[in-house]
Ligand binder design. Structure first.
Ligand code: SF4
Ligand code: FES
Length: 219
């Protein structure tokens, strides 16, 4: 994974922005245009808003986690949402929100986050994360899914850690409690599922083994 992190400060807060993770979803620009202004240099200026809580609220809506914040004199208050959620973007990434622990094939932790956007088209040069390559690749996937694959079971627990295991040259596997959202479909489940990240599955967003046929490489 690539990183290019820029830092912006006011007296209370440090805001960081990872250029490699930003896919220009524009939540920031629409949420607080005085602070996040792409026509200004630097484009982020936390001094433009005296209420740091408003900056924090906007940052927490950044769906990729490109924007993060750190209070200088107190604990970082960002908490994962009470439910883990995976949201399928039409012809785009899989957004993950929650108590996310991402591990590699050997189980080594590679990220612990509350907001991430995973590549689904297979074309990102920043795998496993989305870098907007789906646009140039003309990725067409819709956002619906077959709910029968998720075996609807009553949920006793919600939240908790969502483990996302990146399998080399293959899908990522999700374990834990989560809600899968695609368009107006929404299913709560605890089913361990493999999500396609090569772009070739005929049963998106789930893996159907097509990554082997196309010789998908994750590095
Ligand atoms: S909300 Fe996040 S991903 Fe979207 S433009 Fe702002 S920094 Fe980039
Ligand atoms: S990762 Fe795409 S079909 Fe398995």
């Amino acid at each position: 994974m690539k990183k290019k992190i820029y830092s912006y400060e006011n007296q209370e807060l440090e805001v960081t922005w990872d250029l490699k993770r930003c896919i220009h979803a524009k939540e920031c620009v629409h949420g607080l245009p005085e602070v996040f202004d792409v026509n200004r240099k630097p484009w982020i200026d936390p001094d433009q808003e005296s209420d740091s809580e408003k900056i924090v609220e906007t940052i927490e809506r950044c769906p990729t986690g490109a924007l993060q914040y750190h209070f200088k004199n107190k604990e970082n208050p960002e908490q994962p949402p009470s439910k883990n959620k995976l949201v399928i973007a039409e012809d785009g990434p899989l957004y993950a929100y929650g108590n996310l622990k991402v591990v590699d094939s050997e189980g080594n932790e590679v990220m612990r986050e509350t907001r991430l956007a995973f590549c689904r088209c297979g074309a990102s040069s920043n795998k496993p994360l989305c870098d907007n390559s789906h646009i140039e690749a003309g990725f067409e996937s819709g956002c619906s899914y077959n709910p029968e694959r998720l075996e609807l079971e009553p949920q006793e627990e919600q939240g908790g850690e969502l483990l996302i295991k990146l399998i080399d040259n293959a899908p990522f596997v999700v374990e834990g409690n989560y809600e899968l959202v695609g368009g107006d479909q929404c299913t709560e489940t605890q089913k361990r599922m493999s999500f396609c990240r090569c772009g070739a599955s005929a049963n998106k967003p789930f893996c159907d083994g097509s990554h082997k046929k196309i010789g998908f490489q994750t590095t």
